[in-house]
Design a protein around this ligand. Structure first.
Ligand code: ATP
Ligand code: MG
Length: 457
């Protein structure tokens, strides 16, 4: 008899047999199966859990595979040579197979001790305590181990708390997750407000999964978002940056952004209060012109839609490009406060200020902000009607991104002097024609010192 059958807490699960759930072993990553079998052979219980089970049930390709086990991190470490323990406040093990990493978590249990900390735990505290909370109820250390049913109760959403066992290929459901999944409903396990307080990032996860899966948040899970949204700020800016990337690069960024705004969560994630979308055409007729949405604001959802489309086509998206788009509205505001069109130095400086302001909320690694800066700087040059500048742009390693950004600006209603079209043609024609097009441009940079600038820059 296998170890899993005698596992404490297992009796609390509803067991769904193989014939009733449709998960096929062949869709499971070889590496994940090797981890599960490896742990079982060493005498432990091991299950696939979380997003991979959820996505397999929905017929989607899981992004990664997570394994839950009763083995402690040190045990897991001993079973797999290529593994390492990561995290201090929430210790997990990464097992590596080639390029794939399987995340192995030990069943979490209830916290019996009340350790309240005023600040983030020190290294020493993380070593000594296995659980701790902040004054707002946020979990700071979560290394109390427990049984599988307790582990299920500590997961965020019911659809994320389904366990798949290779022992009979059954599904274990502790919180009616399968019913929610079939009704396309996202529901927090337990008291939603309390669970958001424990970990405010769960509010962002709620929006991310709702957008990705096309699920509806149930009202008890949705209702606290507006009131508790501000707690998100108490999460570390590094973790928020990771989450921001997941929100934007998961292929559903446009819908995610819409939902973040609908629940007031954009305020805690972005340094800029984005304007509401423009009213429908017939309302717009009666709207005062200044109430119309500015082009820079329109650019954001357009950029997100574009990037979602790229991901659907299997193309790569550059986080720096998305950052350039998201921060374009606040950057434009800064540039508009200048006395005329900006020069390169001014653009660079205002760009840095904008990035700095955003990085107070979410860390922004330099490698990403540099890309955004390059894209912004190219905007200035792509519009300049002089040969040297145009040549420089075309040879620039970010030309493609800069050009795409220029097109987005045009699409959102900015006046770029028709240079988007010029560049489109330029790339389509033969080299001789390119030379001719360049010759039609002035040989020397024109100084543009008009007040107010073209297109309100
Ligand atoms: P995806 O990998 O597609 O983004 P996922 O659901 O697998 O989605 P992960 O971040 O990989 O998300 O986490 C794996 C599982 O761990 C989740 O499904 C959930 O059960 C649990 N989990 C992750 N983060 C939290 C959290 N903040 N609170 C509670 N449970 C969590
Ligand atoms: Mg996952």
């Amino acid at each position: 008899m296998s170890r899993a059958n005698s596992l404490p807490g297992l009796d609390k699960a509803t067991v769904i047999p193989r014939e009733e759930h449709g998960i096929s072993r062949k869709d499971i990553s070889e590496a994940a199966l090797r981890v599960v079998y490896g742990l079982q052979n060493a005498g432990f219980a091991a299950f696939l859990v979380g997003g991979c089970v959820r996505d397999l049930l929905l017929g989607l390709h899981p992004k990664d595979f997570d394994v839950a086990t009763d083995a402690h991190p040190e045990d897991v470490r001993r079973v797999f040579r290529r593994s390492r323990i990561i995290g201090r406040r929430f210790r997990i093990v990464h097992v590596r197979f080639g390029r794939e990493i399987i995340e192995v978590t030990t069943f979490r249990g209830h916290h019996e001790q009340e350790n309240r900390l005023r600040e983030a735990p020190t290294r020493e505290q993380s070593r000594q305590l296995d659980s701790a909370h902040s004054h707002t109820g946020m979990t700071l250390i979560d290394n109390v181990y427990g049984n599988i049913d307790e582990d299920a109760a500590r997961r965020d959403f019911t659809v994320n708390a389904l366990y798949y066992t290779t022992d009979g290929f059954k599904l274990l459901d502790f919180h009616n997750g399968l019913a929610d999944l079939r009704e396309r409903r996202l529901r927090v396990i337990g008291d939603a407000a309390g669970r958001y307080r424990e970990d405010p990032v769960r509010m962002l996860r709620a929006v991310r999964f709702a957008a990705k899966l096309g699920f509806t948040l149930d009202s008890a899970s949705e209702q606290p978002l507006r009131e508790l949204g501000e707690l998100v700020e108490s999460a570390s800016s590094a973790r928020l940056f990771d989450e921001l990337l997941k929100l934007l690069c998961g292929g559903h960024a446009e819908e995610t952004f819409r939902l973040l705004r609908a629940h007031g969560l954009d305020r805690v994630l972005f340094c800029h209060p984005y304007a509401d979308p423009a009213p429908a055409a017939e309302e717009a007729m009666t709207e005062a012109p200044e109430q119309k949405q500015a082009p820079a604001e329109k650019l954001v959802p357009l950029a997100l839609r574009n990037s979602d489309r790229r991901i659907a086509e299997g193309l790569r998206v550059t986080p720096g490009f998305l950052l350039a788009a998201l921060l374009w509205p606040p950057l434009r505001q800064r540039l508009q406060a200048l006395d005329g069109p900006p020069n390169l130095m001014q653009l660079r400086e205002r760009g840095e200020q904008t990035v700095l302001e955003q990085s107070q909320l979410t860390t922004i690694p330099r490698r990403i902000s540099l890309v955004a800066q390059e894209i912004w700087e190219l905007q200035l040059r792509l519009e300049r009607r002089d040969r040297r500048s145009l040549r420089y742009c075309f040879d620039h390693h970010r030309f493609r991104a800069g050009y795409d950004f220029l097109l987005l600006r045009e699409e959102s209603g900015e006046d770029t002097g028709g240079m988007g079209q010029w560049w489109t043609t330029f790339q389509q024609v033969a080299e001789a024609e390119q030379t001719r097009m360049l010759e039609q441009m002035s040989a020397r940079p024109k100084r543009r010192r008009r007040r107010g600038g073209r297109g309100g820059r």
